[in-house]
Write a protein that binds this ligand. Structure first.
Ligand code: ARG
Length: 696
């Protein structure tokens, strides 16, 4: 080293000679297909280049490499240093865990105080935790290698503010692959590697003139994996735009080829660890990470419930850590799992707890507290953080008592008033009403934790049968309908106009006449089609018997509506003999209630059509009260509308030729529905034939 190149600063870096480096296993996507493919001589040259550039500006200390530990060159992952303290890494992959004792020894021999992360928690050092330029903040990643549970520990140990950032793209599995803090406080990062919340947080903490965007052109070429030594930034590559942005922050860009190390998923920054991390004098230890214990019981294994809960936690940006697990070993034997659930903030934890409570998770009995209540800020508005309901039976705890929520439905809120709990729509709240918020003091029946059959068919399995024989589905539905009728139960039919249009009017009329329909829900069109057919024998102008199209056919439709409007109502049109056949005649004659909900595309409308949709919704919900089965035929909008109001335990059958409809219902939480993908007219014909057979 010549005198002119003597390091001016006291910067010190830690590196490891790559003489045992290669790709020998796959623990990140870059390593795939690269086993044994790194060129040792080339790797050595690339590393030497980096070593030289750093040595020109700082001191470099080396650790002896070890055979069998090909990734030891990536010293960024040895630990996280602040002053003379080092938090030693605990690697997520067993392949790298054997590096831990070697790094520990080196740190101990060099006067560092080695601190271990708590048992069972993964932490991958400066690969996943980066100090910002001022040294008063630590950016820490989770979601891939490093556990969110380590963040509060980092904050406490180093008495520093820890900002938790979630990595979501497996290519950017360490924070230093996509996030580069510069000494002046600027941050260069690739937003695509993070979730929305993390990007928002970075933007809220880094002023606009200090943000550098690493784009799609740079990010996958490891541009953000750069090491800052003195006044240079050493990186694998940099677009003109990125170099310029970095130069604007007073630094020079040095590009070095790291092709051999990229085969292992690392580049410049990974190959170094800063040994003299300067710390800001005034720091405050703080991590926003919070956690709670959740308990889950039921048929966790064969119902896939446990994996659903774990996925929900992880996909919502949280983390879980199983504390205790007791597995049942027979089909109907319950399992029980106790886990810590962590989230990067209180609001995030509440949201996660709410989602898993809906799947049946609860706070352990020792930790149960009352539900948190907050007043509605004005009429028809819920307080922030309200708990939104599902179709499953739910209880909330108020004044140390569990209250059963009445009028359970999905997408409602829970009102606690006069010692009772009630499910309500947001719009029905009055200012000051106390609404359940957060995730405490709520428990719900796990939808899948308890398989049941009530002696009938198992309707819980949310099957969509399309390729299976429609006859099979019809048989099952007919059997159930017949059983409900015999015990005086209620079947509510939701139907779209297609049912009539495809020739199902007669069948529907028969169902109504024989006591299979307790209420009918639909829109303007099903009634208009039915009435048109009764008056003109056509449906939208198509002759229902011959299939012939009548000239000016749509006129029939309007004329039928017009006649009913003249009569005053469908009821009166039946009474005065204008409507002499069809479904609606039967409904009127037998006093079977119906509700027609209007829509923007309605012709007419018919006098009974309710164009005030809030009124229509409450009519619907009144008519489905006490239903044992809902038979939804060919109407996506009304089926989903009804699904929204239906509590669990009601058998929901959805028949639609469009295979997207039933899954849509399932997605919206009507987990107990079964779907039959077929033509509604055909289904009706088969169903009626089957029921006639059963009636004898
Ligand atoms: N093959 C190594 C691993 O997957 C590469 C580590 C890169 N280090 C880093 N700080 N990004 O662990």
């Amino acid at each position: 080293m010549t005198a002119s190149k003597m390091p001016l600063s006291l910067e010190r870096f830690f590196m490891c000679l790559p003489d045992h480096f290669n790709v020998e296993y796959v623990i990140n996507p870059w390593m795939e297909g690269n086993i044994g493919k790194a060129d040792p001589a080339k790797a050595m040259d690339q590393w030497a280049m980096l070593h030289q550039l750093i040595s020109d500006r700082a001191q470099v200390e080396l650790i002896k490499s070890a055979p069998g530990l090909p990734d030891m060159v990536f010293t960024a992952n040895a630990g996280l240093i602040l002053g003379q303290d080092v938090i030693l890494s605990h690697f997520a992959h067993p392949e790298r865990q054997a590096e831990e004792p070697l790094f520990r020894k080196w740190f101990e021999d060099h006067g560092y105080k080695v601190i271990n992360v708590p048992d069972g928690i993964f932490f991958e050092g400066a690969g996943d935790a980066l100090f910002d330029g001022s040294g008063s903040r630590l950016w820490a990643a989770y979601g891939n290698r490093t556990s969110l549970f380590s963040h509060p520990f980092l904050a406490d140990t180093f008495n520093i503010e820890v900002v938790s950032l979630r990595l979501v793209d497996p290519r950017f599995y360490h924070l230093d692959t996509c996030f580069l803090p510069l000494p002046d406080g600027a941050v260069a990062w690739y937003p695509g590697a993070f979730d929305t919340r993390s990007n928002r947080i970075i933007e809220s903490l880094v002023p606009e003139n200090m943000r550098i965007n690493v784009g799609e052109d740079d990010a996958p070429r490891f541009s953000a994996n750069a090491v800052v030594a003195g006044d240079v930034v050493i990186m694998n590559c940099a677009s003109e735009k990125l170099s310029r942005a970095i130069r604007n922050h007073g630094l020079k860009v040095e590009v070095v080829d790291f092709s051999e190390f990229i085969k292992a998923g690392g580049s410049a920054k990974c190959l170094t660890l800063r040994l003299d991390q300067p710390a800001a004098e005034y720091r405050t230890g703080a991590s926003q990470v919070v956690s709670r214990v959740a308990q889950i019981e039921g048929q966790l294994i064969d119902s896939a419930l446990l994996s659903m809960i774990c996925d929900t936690v992880a996909d919502s940006g949280g983390a879980f850590h199983v504390r205790d697990m007791r597995l049942g070993n027979k089909r109907y034997e319950h399992s029980s799992v106790m886990m810590d659930v962590a989230a990067p903030g209180e609001a995030e934890l509440d949201a996660i707890m709410q989602s898993i409570i809906k799947l049946g998770a609860r706070l352990p009995s020792g930790e149960v507290v009352d539900a948190r209540l907050a007043p509605a800020p004005r009429d028809g508005v819920a307080p922030e953080n309200f708990y939104s309901t599902t179709i499953y039976p739910t209880q909330v705890r108020a004044a140390a008592k569990w209250l059963e929520v009445v009028d359970q439905r999905m997408d409602g809120i829970i009102l606690v008033k006069d010692g009772a709990a009630k499910c309500l729509l947001i719009r029905d709240l009055a200012k000051g009403d106390l609404v359940v918020t957060g995730g405490d003091g709520i428990r719900a029946v796990a939808p899948m934790a308890h398989r049941w059959t009530d002696g009938g068919f198992e309707f819980m399995t949310s099957a969509v049968s399309s390729e299976r024989r429609v006859e099979g589905a019809v048989e099952k539905v007919a059997w159930e309908m017949n059983r409900i009728k015999r015990r005086g139960g209620r079947i509510v039919v939701v139907a779209g106009p297609v049912v009539i249009h495809t020739g199902g009017a007669e069948g529907m009329a028969w169902l109504a006449a024989t006591g299979y329909i307790s209420a009918l829900l639909g829109g303007n069109a099903i009634a208009a089609h039915d009435v048109e057919q009764a008056i003109f024998g056509t449906s939208l102008g198509v002759d229902i018997k011959t299939g012939q199209v009548t000239q000016g056919g749509h006129r029939n439709h309007l004329a039928a509506i017009n006649r009913v409007r003249l009569a005053g109502s469908i009821r009166e049109a039946v009474g005065s003999g204008i409507i002499t056949s069809g479904l609606f005649r039967e409904l009127v004659l037998r006093d079977i209630p119906f509700s027609l909900a209007g829509s923007i595309r309605d012709d007419g409308p018919l006098p009974e059509t309710q164009m005030d949709l809030i009124k229509a919704q409450s009519d619907y919900s009144r008519l489905i009260k006490g239903a044992d089965m809902i038979l939804a035929l060919s109407t996506m909008l009304h089926s989903i509308g009804v699904g929204n109001m239906t509590p669990s335990g009601v058998k929901f059958v959805c028949v639609d030729i469009n295979p997207a409809v039933a899954p849509k219902l399932l997605d919206r939480g009507s987990l107990e529905s079964i779907g039959v993908v077929t033509d509604a007219g055909l289904f009706m014909a088969l169903l009626v034939a089957k029921l006639k057979e059963m009636e004898g």
